[in-house]
Ligand binder design. Sequence first.
Ligand code: NAD
Ligand code: ZN
Length: 341
Amino acid sequence: MLALVKTSPGPGLRMETVPDPAIGINDVLVRVHKTGICGTDLHIEAWDPWAARTIRPPLVIGHEFVGQVIQVGSNVVNVAPGDMVSGEGHVVCGRCRHCLAGRRHLCADTVGVGVGRDGAFAEYIALPATNIWRHWPGIDEEIGAIFDPFGNAVHTALAFPVLGEDVLITGAGPIGLMATAVVRRDARFVVVSEPNPARRELARAMGATVVVDPRERDLGDVQAELGMVEGFDVALEMSGNPAALQSAIANMAHGGGIAILGIPTQEVTLDVNAIVFKLLTLRGIYGREMYETWYKMTVMLQSGLDIRPVITHRFSFRDHEAAFAAARSGSSGKVIMDWTA
Ligand code: NAD
Ligand code: ZN
């Protein structure tokens, strides 16, 4: 099969012919139809310090996909050839305290698809059946391709109740954009802070009440404009930028909750006095819940949530260099590669 491979330590990726993946009795073989490009894939392509520490080439990269099941192992009963499926990007150990208790998202021993084992940027992928999510018949394949990052957005958006609350979202990358559409359904105000004008525009399309450039406008000012008096009840940190988390803490209401998904690449100094005296709750978010978040994503989409505006670019897998350039540009939403065309 054709696959996009990190062939050796260093920058770049190569489209190569590699053996089709083999499946065991508990595995599922999927013909990949469409994939999404994630920041992780950009890190691996660029070979930054994290990638150099983490990745052992040769490796087929990628973990956001949708495809059709073509073969299942003899032990697999819940998935059948023909099903449209996506895959959870974390393969858990299945044996630790949390896995045994059903809290698989808390497993401390996960292996990342396209990170620690071969991934989805290929014509075929094999995964354990326990990592397969079956979609409803007729699902839009492009939406199926981005269930994994949509799951990050939904898991973060559900960290604190937002019904009737005022929500701050810092960072309108693909995940912040999808979170905007999710919380928009229930919150009063959704303020999105994002320095990139193209992404502020997308945030508006996803339903933000107000979008702000954090370099130009203070959040206190935005609160006054909206008639808010007590601060934000909930903040979703989706930028990884230390200044964003700091400004969220400074603008929270007493008793507020901050869900932190963004991964800082530098040390962050926090005003612990503000956290204490405002009685804030800060909660780290990693991945998605297996499979409660997947269930919620499905139900939200089936009841009218529209995340399609987050998809801004589409390419054939043969144009992977252009696809990666679009994702790297910083102004795109989700970038989809089609593995059938
Ligand atoms: P992204 O890098 O595309 O988006 C981040 C956005 O934040 C950018 O648009 C950037 O312009 C904006 N930003 C920068 N400085 C800002 C500031 N001071 N205030 C407000 N916005 C600012 O990333 P993404 O793919 O949408 O992911 C969002 C974050 O979540 C990243 O940090 C990513 O590494 C992280 N992530 C975490 C998990 C997890 O499981 N915890 C999973 C996926 C991604
Ligand atoms: Zn485990």
